[in-house]
Design a protein around this ligand. Structure first.
Ligand code: ADP
Ligand code: F6P
Length: 326
């Protein structure tokens, strides 16, 4: 394997709080270890369209506390084509980039894996997504901040739900995963969480109505994971409206506010450790691996495992929500 001299770093897919902390860690750790660093703007689009600049240690000053990503992010259709990836490779070579660090979610790492299968490029991935849906890592960067944001919102909705004695469906993000909904429900003291992992097997809404939500209270808060499988908050509210008209129902969709904001200490620490571990991985000759955290330790997870395997949700936590909502 040729010696790596220059490392390119990019953020791709949905942004997540803590991405900046990880750009900083990758850049500083790489420079500390004698590498040159290139910042690639707008994810894979920047590779395809040649938006690549030199990065010094100062380029990443004063960003650890900011949400979003200073490198911007994008979704890039061209990178899904062979011609697009060839163009990306040619631009990489023009800039002397020998290795890549890709910070992003499932889709971004799928792209990285495809690219690495066609060209001789060592790539290390860093899981950056609020969804927490990547296999092989206990947490993804941005998840903890999004969870705290959800909790903050639930606390506020609880006041009005309580005053009006209403049933609230609060929809949270997660693509097809229920981590934000389930742990958001525990942190917010909600009556229930409706998540896609379970909706396939049970009619969770019917079960909830049958059990009467919280018997000692007339208000209730239910966290719903966005997904065609759960029906989303609007879908569930519509059902309640038609099937159980005795409930006064309202819906709040938290949407993209979950993706912004100051990263929590936990996300900054995770992002910093993962960024540093990505450079260590390249120094060790690793390629095509994602950095994961396993019981507080940094581990290398082959792309094939991280992408192809579905991360299990702890179903026991649903019972906890149920028991604590009596
Ligand atoms: P996330 O990383 O947040 O899951 P996306 O699923 O939107 O975000 O993927 C981000 C980008 O990764 C896509 O816009 C595309 O450029 C690239 N990508 C995703 N899947 C593939 C693939 N199968 N082949 C090549 N590139 C891909
Ligand atoms: O993957 C992160 C995420 O925020 C998902 O939770 C959500 O389904 C999706 O991205 C929304 O994407 P967009 O940025 O296209 O609205």
């Amino acid at each position: 394997m040729a010696k790596i001299k220059t490392i390119g770093v990019l953020t791709s897919g949905g942004d997540a709080p803590g991405m900046n902390a990880s750009i900083r860690a990758v850049t500083r750790s790489a420079i500390f270890n004698g590498f040159k660093v290139k910042g690639i703007y707008r994810g894979y689009r920047g590779l395809v369209e040649n938006e690549i600049v030199d990065f010094e240690a100062q380029n990443v000053s004063n960003i650890i506390h900011h949400g979003g990503t200073i490198l911007r992010t994008a979704r890039c259709k061209e990178f899904k084509t062979e011609e697009g990836r060839q163009q990306a490779y040619d631009n990489m070579k023009k800039h002397g980039i020998d290795a890549l660090v890709v910070i992003g979610g499932d889709g971004s790492l799928t792209g990285a894996r495809q690219f690495a299968s066609e060209f001789d490029v060592p790539i290390v991935g860093i899981p950056g997504t609020i969804d927490n849906d990547l296999y092989g890592t206990d947490h993804t960067i941005g998840y903890d901040t999004a969870l705290n944001t959800i909790m903050w919102c639930v606390d506020r909705i609880r006041d009005t739900a309580n005053s009006h004695e209403r049933l609230f469906f609060i929809e949270v993000m997660g693509r097809n995963a229920g981590f934000l909904a389930l742990n958001g429900a525990i942190a917010g003291g909600a009556e229930a969480a409706i998540i896609p992992e379970i909706s396939i097997e049970h009619d969770q809404l019917a079960e909830l109505i049958k059990s009467g939500f919280r018997k000692s209270k007339k208000s209730a808060i239910v966290l719903v994971a966005e997904s065609p499988i759960t029906g989303g908050a609007m879908g569930l509210a519509e059902r309640v409206h038609n099937e159980f008209p005795q409930y006064d129902v309202r819906v709040t969709i938290l949407g993209h506010l979950q993706r912004g904001g100051t990263p929590t200490a936990q996300d900054r620490i995770l992002a910093s450790r993962m960024g540093d571990a990505a450079i260590e991985a390249l120094l060790e000759g690793q390629r095509n691996v994602m950095i994961g955290d396993d019981d507080e330790k940094m581990v290398y997870v082959p792309f094939s495992k991280a992408i192809k395997n579905e991360k299990d949700i702890d179903r026991h936590l649903l019972e906890v929500v149920h028991r604590l909502s009596i």
